[in-house]
Design a protein around this ligand. Structure first.
Ligand code: ITT
Length: 190
């Protein structure tokens, strides 16, 4: 069965493809010109909106993720506005570091909600994953995407940007959300 990965974010897309390898679905990319407005107040609402609208418009199964970084000292910001926090990854990181300043309270969580929609747009299943970490004072590491260079995971002694793909997959918010959905992804494709 065909499954459209409903994202315009190339970093997410690569991770999705890696996570979904070996599943009984044929993966497809969403058309670049499909614009979906993220009007939800929560990660889960936005993931459901994206999956449902892409599925309905294409008449195919679709999987979408809404994710972001919730920083405790910023009362959970940027949260669902993580993508809208700046014009590009460098700009978003610079703003976050500027707003945090030199506060010693650096704890944060990456959150990911994933939703799978049927070709008629109905949500078949969904899941969430969270990864706890700390915001560094400067970027560290070259890999990954988005806020990865400033997100340090104490348990691994590495930022997301310093991890291999497999290391990040094992502990990340996205890895955990997809792991929770795997049984349904497997059974629905049969
Ligand atoms: P789509 O909606 O097309 O999927 P997007 O980039 O707009 O792409 P979101 O609205 O879910 O996606 O925003 C997610 C934001 O959080 C975006 O700025 C990402 O770079 C960042 N983000 C999400 N997961 C991340 C991760 O694993 N590492 C680093 N940054 C991440």
């Amino acid at each position: 069965m065909l499954l459209v990965i409903a994202t315009q974010n190339s970093g997410k897309l690569k991770e999705f493809q890696h996570h979904l390898e070996g599943l009984p679905w044929t993966l497809d990319l969403m058309p670049q010109d499909l614009e979906i407005e993220e009007t939800g107040q929560t990660f889960l609402e936005n993931a459901c909106i994206k999956a449902s609208q892409v599925a309905k418009q294409l008449g195919q199964w679709a999987i979408a993720d809404d994710s972001g970084l919730a920083v405790d000292a910023l009362q959970g910001a940027p949260g669902v506005y993580s993508a809208r926090y700046g014009t590009d990854d460098l700009d978003r990181i610079a703003r976050l570091l500027r707003e945090l300043g030199d506060t010693p309270k650096r704890t944060a969580q990456f959150v990911c909600a994933i939703a799978l929609a049927r070709p008629d747009g109905e949500i078949a299943c969904h899941a969430e994953g969270v990864c706890a970490g700390e915001i560094l004072y400067d970027s560290q590491g070259e890999g990954g995407f988005g806020y990865d260079p400033i997100f340090y995971v104490p348990a691994a002694h590495l930022t997301f940007a310093e991890m291999t793909k497999d290391q990040k997959r094992a502990i990340s918010h996205r890895g955990k959300a997809i792991a929770a959905l795997l049984p349904q992804l497997q059974s629905l494709a049969i």
